[in-house]
Design a protein around this ligand. Structure first.
Ligand code: PAF
Length: 281
């Protein structure tokens, strides 16, 4: 696997593949790769002739009190993990490559409506920074297919909407969430948890399952949101939201709606903020 840091080297490699008629898949990441990321690369690998992954801890999607500084940077391990998945090229740019005028003076994309709620409401500016960097990366890599994890479901929806609204020629693919044996969704942030918190963390997935079960038994979705919040609070979590939404656009469902729903939870456990979701079939 080749690792490149600058745009001309990236473009030269991709031009070479394109000249042979090869298709390109893309997996954008912030590094500190785990099995969940590897499954995204695997999905891209199955769909396209060549696979590019990026590792870039994007400053514009972190709020002032978030974990930008302490976000784990593990490029050597990431290179090994990507090589194992047969990734062709790792793009690992520095801030000046993606933000030539400085991160604070960058063009900024705002995807309206879907970013006002949930993560967008609790992390102001997060989706503007995320959409901006993903658009920049798409412009550089120009992939046929880009793979995003369903764990960050709202992110996936924001990217889908940006791609459609800006007519970007890329197909966005969703990859299922990978979980530990006890149900905890894999995330780079899990390593912030103490051993005691790690043992409690699977309650988030368990609560999502409970929400699905109770909805199936005829409970109203609004009441289940309260039930879920109370359940997590009793176990020492501080929930930001525990909601049931329409999967298609994350809007509130109609009373009595049963189809096309998703439950989403964000909750703090100690100093760590965890998110997860469950699509109801
Ligand atoms: O999901 C992530 O890791 C990031 O939000 C992404 C898509 C790589 C953009 O920085």
């Amino acid at each position: 696997m080749q690792t490149v840091q600058d745009a001309p080297a990236l473009r030269a490699a991709i031009r070479g593949w394109r000249s042979k008629g090869q298709t390109v898949g893309f997996v954008p990441t912030m590094g500190n790769l785990h099995a969940g990321h590897q499954s995204l690369v695997k999905l891209a690998r199955a769909r396209t002739d060549r696979v590019v992954a990026s590792v870039f801890v994007n400053p514009t999607q972190f709020g002032p009190n978030e974990d930008f500084e302490r976000y784990p940077r593990t490029l050597l391990q990431d290179q090994t993990a990507l090589t194992e998945q047969d990734c062709d090229l790792l793009f690992a740019p520095d801030v000046a490559t993606l933000y030539p005028f400085g991160a604070e003076y960058s063009v900024s994309l705002h995807v309206p409506q879907i970013t006002d709620m949930l993560e967008g409401a609790h992390r102001p500016g997060h989706f503007d920074g995320m959409a901006t960097v993903v658009c920049k990366l798409f412009n550089l890599v120009q992939p046929d297919v880009a793979v995003f994890g369903q764990k960050d479901f709202q992110q996936l929806k924001v990217v889908e909407r940006m791609v459609r609204d800006l007519s970007l020629p890329v197909m966005v693919m969703a990859a299922p969430t990978l979980r530990a044996d006890d149900g905890l969704a894999l995330s780079s942030r899990n390593q912030y948890l103490s051993a005691e918190e790690r043992a409690r963390a699977p309650l988030i997935h368990d609560t999502l399952l409970k929400m699905r079960e109770l909805l199936g038994k005829g409970h109203a979705w609004r009441a289940l949101e309260q039930v879920a919040a109370a359940r997590l609070m009793r176990a020492g979590f501080v929930p930001d939201y525990t909601v049931i939404r329409r999967a298609e656009d994350l809007a509130e469902p109609a009373e009595g709606q049963r189809d096309g729903l998703i439950a989403l939870i964000a909750a703090r456990l100690g100093n760590t903020r965890l998110i997860d979701n469950l699509l109801f079939d």
